[in-house]
Write a protein that binds this ligand. Sequence first.
Ligand SMILES: NC(=O)C1=CN([C@@H]2O[C@H](COP(=O)(O)OP(=O)(O)OC[C@H]3O[C@@H](n4cnc5c(N)ncnc54)[C@H](O)[C@@H]3O)[C@@H](O)[C@H]2O)C=CC1
Ligand SMILES: O=C(O)/C=C/C=C(\O)C(=O)O
Length: 486
Amino acid sequence: MRQIQNFIGGEFVAAASGKRFDKRSPLDNRVIASIAEAGQAEIDAAVKAARSALHGEWGGLTTDQRVELLYGVANEITRRFEDFVEAEMADTGQPRHVMTNVFIPRGAANFKVFADVVKNVPTESFQMATPDGRGALNYGIRVPKGVIGVVCPWNAPFLLMTWKVGPALACGNTVIVKPSEEAPNTATLLGEVMNAVGVPKGVYNVVNGFGPDSAGEFLTRHPGVDAITFTGETRTGTAIMKAASEGMRDVSFELGGKNAGIVFADADFDAAVEGIFRSAFLNSGQVCLGTERVYVERPIFERFVQALKEKAEGVKFGRPDDHDANYGPLISQEHRQKVLSYYRKAVEEGATVVTGGGVPQMPGALAEGAWVEPTIWTGLPETASVVREEIFGPCCHIRPFDSENEVVALANDTDYGLSTTIWTTNLARAHRVAARVEVGITWINSWFLRDLRTAFGGSKQSGIGREGGVHSLEFYTETRNICVKL
Ligand SMILES: NC(=O)C1=CN([C@@H]2O[C@H](COP(=O)(O)OP(=O)(O)OC[C@H]3O[C@@H](n4cnc5c(N)ncnc54)[C@H](O)[C@@H]3O)[C@@H](O)[C@H]2O)C=CC1
Ligand SMILES: O=C(O)/C=C/C=C(\O)C(=O)O
């Protein structure tokens, strides 16, 4: 069983309190790691280490030197690719191909891309007239915000953590990461990478634990943390925002979603079925950008439902390394209880269960894992719980629509506004509808196609702010204007 410590000031350390907690495998519920739970003492130590790195060697590096180190981090992740794949598979139970094709390469890219952005994006300058006719020149410089608290979820742990750590470090900040209690492995491994590459001690710190009355709350309340970037549930975002209001600390939030997929009758049918299948069921539906509401134009509704059903029934459950399998469990028994409670609620509220709705029969030890069937419903009103509330599981409700205006109104009838995916061969309509759906991220004839230079974030209750490319620079630095009288 792995013993996971906190990583503070470049050292792996236990908690002064001696407190530890267990991580169980989603595959079979076995305890696979024992984790040191950081208390107030560890948060204080991490803040001290991060602050002194900021005022020490790290703070004195040139942008080129920082960029060089971050390239080193990316290369070391690639060199230890298999270790990261194994660590993330252990935490999440998701198939190897998802790790190797998407989640782990993105971890390395998150360091390289933001190193390039920091090197290449200029600041503004303005010449101005003055009464004496000699004029003045204004120019901006970017300075790091300071010590950044990074609070992470469990669903794509390495991708989502490095998506924040990469730009924060590229901008010259130091970070304290609070990984999800359900997925602590890769954040710890990244500590080894930082030491191997020679990133100064205290630049990257990890404190493990839970949210309320534990590492998450202690970190976000700490007055020595200058800004907080968080990905997770909207409710947790509310608690963190209250904590951040003490001391007027800045926040960047990527929160929940209840995303709509829109399929017009003229769409490339097979591509649309494949696209919606991926967006509803990838990572066992545990993707914030995923589709839990599908709207299909009436002429192809029945055929679409049938085709998606066949694909959902074709998944093969199994271990990440099982060559015959392509589908993993949910993250935990607790999350499975939540998802199954929605499966029951859908039936109580009158859904037609097209497929799934239960738990697959798993052999041997896997019977103890957090497995659920991919599930499709039809026939519910828009007021039904499973149509309104984020479930974060492998399920979607499909409803027919008859007009562009109707589907835009349906898609927008939600408190969330993270992403949408639109399928049509009529590009004029695609642009029209895209501009009307109230979300931060729209994909047309695709889904989860990511260019890290673009703005990423949600509208309404799906988030505050944007990260990605220059937007990340805006959050992770402060711009100072300098005015020179000529
Ligand atoms: N918009 C986006 O980009 C993404 C959003 N999500 C959302 O994340 C959720 C699933 O992830 P979870 O880990 O269950 O979210 P969560 O909000 O329960 O936990 C996220 C992190 O916050 C910490 N935390 C919980 N309460 C806290 C508190 N009071 N103070 C400080 N820290 C606290 C947790 O320990 C964990 O590290 C879903 O709602 C999903 O939509 C997930 C991935 C991406
Ligand atoms: O690509 C990103 O930066 C974010 C992706 C988000 C997920 O993978 C997720 O929430 O599951």
